[in-house]
Design a protein around this ligand. Structure first.
Ligand SMILES: C[S@@+](CC[C@H](N)C(=O)[O-])C[C@H]1O[C@@H](n2cnc3c(N)ncnc32)[C@H](O)[C@@H]1O
Length: 256
């Protein structure tokens, strides 16, 4: 299994910390995937197919995904030590960034595209729930599962406003220390441009207004909120902006 290890060089004073990535067998990967299946809408099926097909190429698009560089800066600034739940984890790129600066004991992912999930496992994620994030989060909450940190990058714009409104509060039931989200400001102009090229309305949604009017649960605070240019659409070349927001649980000394 991939893990963070300390290697001692020939020179005993030099310690090189690195991520060992041993290729896992198909069976080992499958054993780390947990399927929570249900009937998918036509829009979800479309996205699932798209990401399954894109899995092999996905990491090559890193240059146009400015949000990963911004996330690197966030990881330098804030603590992610402990257990991580990565929602819409894709190939697990975010985990690699977190590991550059933090000791993570375990990464768990959620993604409905099985081919993306397999890459995350190959990259060192301990387990990935394969299914709809909007169903798996309530499931984890009902099982009283907890994670120190929850992250989600480049995935929440796939949730409709209604679904995201119900989804957001449940994150605070599962997170013990922090919730870090990238929320894309999907514009009507971008959706119209996609429609012109692909002849259909993309299932992408602007959830920034829901973040703005969200009433934070007791004992939580916002420690980071910044608007940035995040990514460029490979289809329309539109530049997408949005926010990075990080919430942290207030520790008891801060309350007293
Ligand atoms: C743009 S990729 C981002 C991947 C990764 N978080 C990153 O930052 O590189 C979006 C991911 O979210 C997943 N996804 C989209 N909608 C989902 C849903 N409703 N439930 C679970 N996964 C979903 C896709 O399969 C895809 O892997």
């Amino acid at each position: 299994m991939s893990k963070n290890i300390i290697i001692e060089d020939d020179n005993p004073k030099i310690e090189v910390r690195h991520l060992e990535a041993k290729q896992k067998s198909e069976e080992e990967v499958t054993n780390q995937l947990f399927y929570i299946t249900s009937e998918l809408s036509a829009a979800s099926k479309f996205l699932q197919n798209h990401f399954n097909k894109e899995a092999d190429q996905y990491d090559k698009g890193l240059d146009r995904m400015k949000f990963h560089h911004l996330f690197d800066e966030i990881c330098q600034k804030y603590n992610f030590a402990g257990t991580i739940l990565d929602i819409g984890c894709g190939t697990g790129l975010s985990g690699k960034t977190i590991l550059k600066y933090n000791n993570v004991s375990r990464f768990t992912g959620i993604d409905f595209a099985e081919e993306m999930a397999k890459k995350a496992i190959q990259g060192g994620y301990a387990d990935v729930y394969v299914g709809l994030m909007e169903e798996i989060i309530p499931y984890l909450s009902s099982k009283n599962k907890k994670f120190d940190h929850i992250i989600s990058l480049g995935a929440i714009y796939h949730l409709s406003n209604d679904i995201f409104t119900n989804f957001l509060p449940s994150l605070f039931e599962i997170a013990e220390k922090s919730v870090t989200l990238q929320i894309d400001e999907i514009t009507d102009e971008f959706l119209a441009n996609i429609e012109k090229i692909q002849n259909f309305r993309a299932p992408f949604f602007n959830n920034t207004p829901i973040i703005e009017r969200f009433h934070l649960p007791k004992n939580w605070k916002i420690v980071h909120k910044e608007k940035h240019y995040l990514w460029t659409s490979p289809t329309t070349k539109d530049e997408i902006y949005g926010i990075f927001i990080r919430y942290e649980k207030i520790v008891s000394e801060e309350i007293n």
